[in-house]
Design a protein around this ligand. Structure first.
Ligand SMILES: Nc1ncnc2c1ncn2[C@@H]1O[C@H](COP(=O)(O)OP(=O)(O)OP(=O)(O)O)[C@@H](O)[C@H]1O
Length: 531
């Protein structure tokens, strides 16, 4: 910016230079300044491009760290689409801002430099310029307030749009099977949301761009004011007039660029505010230091534990508890009950994913508090009905791990489909039941003392279902594992040590089951491989 202003001063000096020698001297300075202007612009652009990429990476790391450290319930409430929106669109907008920073900075310096040069040519003109700038800023500020409102509405709608994008892929089967549903989804749900984002953003940006034209108009008004009214009687009229003409011509483009780049900065500001809001809504848990090792487990007790879900849309509440329940080492508990009776919620409380709103959880008689909750959670492996299978174990890869993993895969009848190599599965393109078996392999390899299965067998064929209840579960029990199985498979209820029945958020019965041992296991152990 500085070199550019120096260039214009050199040009003006050359235009008004009297002798050839003076022009020759100016030529060298002009050449030097031109090269410096080019080099500094190159440097600035490269640096800002790098800054933009770094900012993007830093933001993504920042948001991901917030998400990883967030309280699970808060994350559930916030929902995935908002997180996706922050990680993709909003962080990109903020990062893009850094690419426009050199344009804003350089052009602002050129404009300011030109004004200073004008002041040097004539102070009266400079004062007039200040009045014009004041008017321009006022107009711009008023426009800004309106435009930001539209941009903010657009960015909120965009979070919903990301939810619809997810339905577009996750609901692909349903949309293809039902033409009317597809049409309504495309036009009314997705279409309306896309349209709202377009409309609000277009309005916001139009106001910004229109206010840039207002700025442009002011420049020409200023030029007219100076050329036809102010410069009339100043001494050295020709020199001053040439100087002004040159400065004006030179200044218009940077000013336009400046005014057009400022909206982008505002877009970034709105996105930054959204990122801030989302991360504020995801405070880090107070769950103590991050733990990796499981503590020893002999008993887990829930005492008067209670949890509530508030449903805003219907203004009603689901209350679970108070729950009193104890799990002893090596005990096999089946948790049963109708849909929506609170089984999964109870499991989340037991696993330490939800903090009890009332009551307490005890590990070996000691209260689990915020400081020890993460350590407590390391006691468990769980497979939920909406489980996620990572493509790798995220354990230190070793030949031993691969061997044990592959032996388990073979025992679970998946050898022809998938293998474990360097601690990762070779594929995840499997049927739902097969992927659940892989999740079981992971749970075995994690070797935690307490396992929780949420309707694990629901997707298994009758033969493997039988294997699960009659062989795998007794085998886990024999290894001293404590197991909680959420199930609707009533024909296997007698195989449990204890049957806990739930209804409408309450435990309605808790029965010890007495069965002859031989009815529990009819086959030879399936999983002879020690994990
Ligand atoms: N994330 C959530 N947000 C708000 N309410 C929820 C949420 N999850 C569950 N609920 C409410 O809690 C109740 C119990 O749900 P939960 O998933 O614990 O039932 P469940 O017994 O596991 O049912 P199912 O057998 O269908 O899996 C539901 O009726 C629902 O109203």
């Amino acid at each position: 910016g500085v070199f550019s202003v120096l260039l214009v001063a050199q040009i003006n000096a050359a235009l008004t230079a009297d002798t050839g020698a003076a022009r020759a001297a100016l030529a060298w300075t002009f050449g030097g300044v031109a090269v410096l202007a080019m080099l500094s612009q190159m440097g600035a652009s490269v640096l800002f491009e790098r800054l933009s990429q770094s900012a993007h990476a830093v933001l993504r790391r920042y948001i991901s760290q917030h998400v990883v450290a967030a309280d699970f319930r808060r994350l559930e409430e916030l929902g995935g689409p908002k997180v996706h929106s922050a990680l993709s669109e909003h962080s990109t907008r903020v990062a893009e801002f850094f690419v426009s920073v050199p344009a804003i900075l350089t052009n602002a310096i050129i404009v300011v430099g030109c004004l200073v040069y004008m002041a040097w040519l004539s102070w009266q003109v400079f004062l007039a310029a200040l009045v014009v700038i004041g008017l321009g800023s006022l107009g711009y500020h008023l426009a800004h307030l309106r435009a930001i409102r539209h941009l903010d509405t657009a960015s909120r709608e965009q979070d919903r749009l990301f939810d619809h994008f997810r339905s577009l892929v996750d609901g692909a089967k349903e949309l293809r099977l039902n033409g009317r549903k597809r049409e309504r989804f495309s036009q009314e749900v997705l279409g309306d949301s896309i349209e709202t984002v377009r409309r609000e953003r277009a309005r916001g940006m139009s106001i910004f761009v229109a206010s840039a034209s207002w700025g442009n108009f002011l420049i020409y008004a200023f030029i007219g004011l100076v050329l036809f009214m102010l410069v009339g009687d100043v001494p050295e009229r020709t020199r001053v007039m040439t100087g002004f003409a040159l400065v004006f011509v030179y200044m218009v483009t940077p000013l336009e660029t400046l005014l057009l780049n400022l909206p982008r900065a505002n877009l970034a500001r709105v996105s930054a505010a959204r990122i801030d809001e989302i991360t504020q809504n995801l405070p880090a848990t107070d769950d103590g230091p991050s733990a990796t090792r499981a503590p020893a487990l002999s008993r887990v007790t829930l005492e008067g534990v209670r949890h509530r879900y508030y449903h805003e849309a219907s203004d009603d509440m689901f209350t679970l508890g108070p729950i009193d329940l104890t799990f002893e080492t090596g005990q096999l508990t089946f948790l049963v009950g109708g849909n929506g009776s609170g089984k999964t919620t109870l499991a989340k409380l037991l696993l330490g994913l939800y903090r009890p709103e009332e009551g307490r959880v005890l590990l070996n008689g000691e209260r689990v508090d915020d400081a020890s909750r993460d350590r407590y959670r390391q006691c468990f492996s769980a497979i939920f009905s909406d489980f996620h299978l990572f493509d790798r174990l995220l354990d230190v890869p070793s030949a031993e791990l691969d061997t044990t993993g592959n032996a388990l895969i073979e025992k679970l009848h998946l050898k022809h489909k998938v293998q474990m190599r360097d601690g990762a599965f070779t594929t995840r393109a499997l049927s739902q039941g097969q992927r659940k078996r892989l999740a079981l392999v992971v749970a075995y390899l994690e070797d935690r003392p307490f396992l929780v299965f949420d309707e694990w067998a629901a997707d298994q064929d009758p033969v493997f279902k039988d294997v699960f209840y009659r062989e795998l579960l007794p085998e886990l029990k024999a290894q001293g594992k404590t197991v909680l199985v959420i199930t609707h498979d009533d024909r296997y209820f007698p195989l449990a040590d204890r049957l806990v029945r739930m209804d409408n958020g309450q435990i309605v019965s808790c029965e010890q089951v007495c069965v002859a041992p031989e009815t529990r296991s009819r086959h030879a152990p399936l999983l002879a491989v020690a994990p």
